[in-house]
Design a protein around this ligand. Structure first.
Ligand code: VG1
Ligand code: CO
Length: 543
């Protein structure tokens, strides 16, 4: 088979964001776009000669073509082996697990997570390092530098590999092993949780619905929930992955998982509801008439961790991304364990997990995970909740009330303003940045500002520093507002406004978050002049 060298030149805009490179699918399909980026990954990691990689993704439109291109490029650059999920389907946490279990040199995940798929949707490519986690900034910046200097790439001329057939194939001298993407992951879950207890829960009549949102967790949820744990058939809905996610938006939040919300707030609600995103790393948890916000969910997992076999010895530490609510900190204080605050994106948890400083991590964007892999893990979070409910034997709503009574409640919401004109968004951020030093000690929208800063993170393990990670304002009354620009969007800019207010008065623990946060919402508007600057009067999405 021939290896050909193709002349190319740098393509603008190949800077990896919060989680790999995400673009419109059509952009990825433009001549050389994918190839340039993949060759730059090889350069950024010091070549693939003799290496073994994992390859898989959420199965979105163009994944099948992209997988064949990546295989031909890996073979052309001398990779020894690529382990591929059948039909290139592997959830993000399962890919992280494969990279670790098989001790490979890393892997490539094809996904744009919760963004819609299809020719008019989004596509993404992410490189994960040998620890199974998303490449840290040191690696992504080398990849980005390579995209700016590229002049050629190598690709093998060959027929497509049959990725539907399990077993070993070859491409030139490179081996390709097509594996069942669910098997290893299901085994890992059975080692973490008390599967006997969960089987007893379902055989005792516990009812749940898991909405896979036509995305990658379908096969995993069918196999684990309905297979291993004996949940009745029909527990998993929308369980067949489709390249455009059934035309939907595979984002597990009350807006995009509305069917599930309607069911859980209706007359015939089952005991428990859950959903996961496109690539299976996010989760949504909802009890009967009780939606659990992601930051609260993280705090509940930490508070109840010792009920799960793997964490029965306690937690080494916990970590949350900066904009995530401080509900976790309250639990850590009681447990007397360290609580780290990192920038947004899972890549910042990797060092803490590798160094054994943190056991559980999470983000307000519906991502929770632990040291079992190096990605957030949707189905793991769902099984964690089931394990807690099996042990505590109370409804979700009661568990939440108990949690807030014990620890206090951090009312929390994120307001997103999507596809804002990029210049206007950066002007807003720049103006706010300029105002920060003058805010402490003044009153804004009737709230006394205590502190204001721009978040920067010094990694305690490798000493690296990440700057400009969000603008934050804290009030005397224990409130906080954070402003960030999204690093995963593909159209204009997305402004994220994170609102939080702590409440410990036992009489005030049952409010609607949007009501409880009205003062913080007013402060955010006044300090940023968001509606005036962007013409937007309400968020496109709030969670
Ligand atoms: C968003 C979330 C962040 C998450 C990232 C990737 O990033 O806010 O918490 O880690 O998506 O998640 P940003 O930069 O748009 O705010 V996933 O499930 O999209 O891989
Ligand atoms: Co995701």
């Amino acid at each position: 088979m021939d290896i050909i060298t193709v002349e190319t030149s740098p393509i603008e805009g190949q800077k990896p964001g919060t989680s790999g490179l995400r673009k419109k699918t059509r952009t990825f399909m433009e001549p050389h776009f994918l190839e340039n980026f993949v060759q730059s990954i090889w350069t950024g990691i010091g070549g693939v000669q003799g290496k073994t990689l994992v390859l898989g993704g959420d199965g979105r439109y163009f994944s099948d073509r992209a997988a064949q291109v990546i295989l031909r490029m890996a073979a052309a650059s001398g990779a020894a082996k690529v382990i591929v999920g059948r039909n290139a389907l592997v959830s993000t946490p399962a890919a992280s697990n494969l990279i670790r279990q098989r001790e490979t040199d890393g892997g490539i995940i094809l996904s744009a997570s919760h963004n819609p798929g299809g020719p008019n949707g989004d596509f993404g490519v992410k490189f994960n390092t040998p620890n199974g986690g998303p490449a840290p900034e040191s690696v992504t910046s080398r990849i980005f530098e390579a995209t700016k200097a590229i002049s050629t790439y190598q690709i093998m001329e060959a027929q497509d590999v049959d990725l539907d057939a399990l077993g070993t194939h070859s491409l030139g001298r490179m081996a390709i092993e097509v594996v069942d993407p669910v098997e290893d992951y299901a085994r890992l879950m059975s080692e973490i949780f008390d599967f006997d207890k969960l089987r007893a829960l379902f055989s005792g009549g516990f009812r749940m619905r898991f909405d896979a949102m036509h995305a990658v967790t379908g096969p995993y949820a069918h196999a684990i929930l309905e297979g291993h744990l004996g949940a009745p058939e029909g527990t998993v809905v929308n369980g067949t992955p489709s390249p455009d996610f059934g035309g939907g938006h595979p984002d597990p939040n009350p807006i995009w998982a509305k069917d599930l919300m309607d069911l859980m707030y209706g007359d015939d609600a089952p005991d428990f509801g859950a959903a996961s995103d496109g690539d299976g790393d996010r989760n949504m948890i909802v009890g009967r008439s009780c939606y659990v916000g992601p930051s609260d969910s993280l705090a509940v997992l930490a508070a109840n961790a010792t009920l799960v076999p793997r964490y029965s010895g306690g937690l080494k530490g916990v970590a949350r991304s900066m904009p995530t609510s401080q509900a976790l900190d309250r639990v850590a204080l009681r447990l007397d364990c360290d609580c780290y605050e990192t920038p947004t994106g899972w890549k910042f948890f990797g060092n803490l997990l590798d160094a054994g400083r943190a056991t559980l991590c999470g983000e307000e964007s519906a991502g929770t995970g632990s040291d079992h892999v190096r990605e957030k893990d949707g189905l793991w979070a769902v099984l964690f909740w089931l394990n807690i409910l099996a042990e505590r034997d109370i409804p979700v709503a009661e568990l939440m009330e108990d949690h807030w009574r014990t620890y206090g409640r951090n009312y929390y919401s994120r307001h997103d303003y999507e596809a804002v004109d990029a210049d206007k968004a950066s002007e807003l951020m720049a103006a706010l940045h300029g105002r920060l030093p003058s805010l402490p000690g003044t009153a804004v929208a009737g709230q006394e500002v205590e502190w204001a800063d721009e978040f920067a993170y010094d990694d305690p393990v490798d000493g690296s520093r990440a700057e400009a990670q969000g603008l934050r304002i804290g009030t005397k009354s224990g409130g906080r507002v954070v402003f960030r620009l999204s690093g995963t969007g593909t159209e204009g800019a997305t402004i994220r406004v994170y609102l939080e207010k702590a409440e410990t008065d036992p009489e005030k623990l049952a409010q609607d978050p949007q009501e409880a946060l009205l003062e913080m919402i007013a402060l955010a508007e006044e300090v940023s002049e968001l509606s005036e600057r962007t013409g937007r009067t309400k968020p496109d999405v709030f969670t």
